[in-house]
Design a protein around this ligand. Structure first.
Ligand SMILES: [Zn+2]
Length: 287
């Protein structure tokens, strides 16, 4: 008796998981329940409704693209996640349906201590003005991504060298200033060749206070990759680059404690783990 009521409970829980209620109170089938950690992005595929539909996850609107018989989108979870599960909803004037449900799972990030130039920690007035100006330029760039993807293959890590600092590590600079590292650092000498992680459009090539000589690529769908501390950039804004194309040479410019490549990946305003994105997209594109 105990056994059969227990199995019934299990069956009932499975049914609950497979059904959800849309905004009109109708039950709709939820096809995807996805686990995501802070600082990760996941690719979702979902069925089409009308072409004017909006894709919203929490309060954020996401760009999505026509992938033949379905639509596709990359959904990102902030490093600073408040750890609440969420749904992605596709809606237009007439209808609304849940296309994916995300289960946010905790992740522990390690800590490290670093020593850098103190003038890159406590900024002088002229540097504060410079950083504010650069931020304005960057905000404009990050607000104008292409609406469809430039890429059709996975993202690759730009270097195979030893990773000297992982994404998400908590940092203490010069024994007092706390922060977190929202990119991946690769061991590189001055002058090593740096390739593009995927096909995209160069949207920035220049010198920035924190990341020194920097290249930023727009891959479409609000996905950007950033290559920092370069000794030289070899591309210009507006240029389309293929995955693997040479975009710059590694260096030691900006706020660094030695030569290396800083690789950042930004999706819909959030810096996420590029190594995780590379592994995830390899699975998706079956490479
Ligand atoms: Zn870095």
């Amino acid at each position: 008796m105990f056994k059969s009521s227990h199995s019934l409970t299990i069956i009932f829980s499975i049914l609950l998981m497979a059904c959800s209620t849309d905004s009109n109170g109708k039950n709709t089938k939820t096809t995807q329940r996805i686990i995501i950690h802070p600082g990760e992005a996941r690719f979702i595929l979902f069925d089409k409704i009308s072409s004017s539909g909006k894709l919203t996850c929490r309060d954020k609107e996401y760009k999505y693209f026509d992938n033949g018989s379905q639509y596709g989108a990359f959904i990102a979870e902030s490093y600073f996640s408040e750890m609440n599960d969420f749904d992605c909803i596709l809606s237009d004037d007439k209808t609304s349906k849940i296309v994916a449900s995300f289960n946010v799972v905790k992740k522990k990030f390690p800590e490290e201590k670093l020593k850098v130039d103190s003038r890159k920690i406590t900024l002088r007035k002229k540097d504060q003005i410079r950083v504010a100006k650069e931020q304005e330029v960057l905000n404009k760039i990050y607000a104008s991504s292409a609406s469809s993807p430039y890429f059709q293959t996975s993202f690759m890590a730009p270097l195979n060298s030893h990773i000297t600092s992982i994404y998400g590590i908590k940092r203490t600079y010069n024994k007092q200033h706390k922060g977190q590292h929202l990119g991946t650092d690769f061991r590189a000498a001055i002058g090593d060749k740096i390739p593009a992680a995927n096909r995209g459009k160069v949207v920035f090539s220049g010198d920035l206070f924190y990341t020194g000589w920097t290249v930023i690529l727009d891959h479409g769908l609000d996905i950007f990759t950033v290559y920092g501390h370069l000794s030289k950039t070899l591309v210009e804004s507006g240029q389309i680059v293929q995955k693997g194309d040479l975009i710059g040479l590694s260096g030691n410019t900006g706020r660094t404690s030695g030569p290396h490549l800083h690789w950042g990946v930004k999706i819909v305003g959030q810096y996420i783990d590029g190594i995780d994105l590379s592994e995830h997209t390899k699975q998706f594109y079956k490479e």
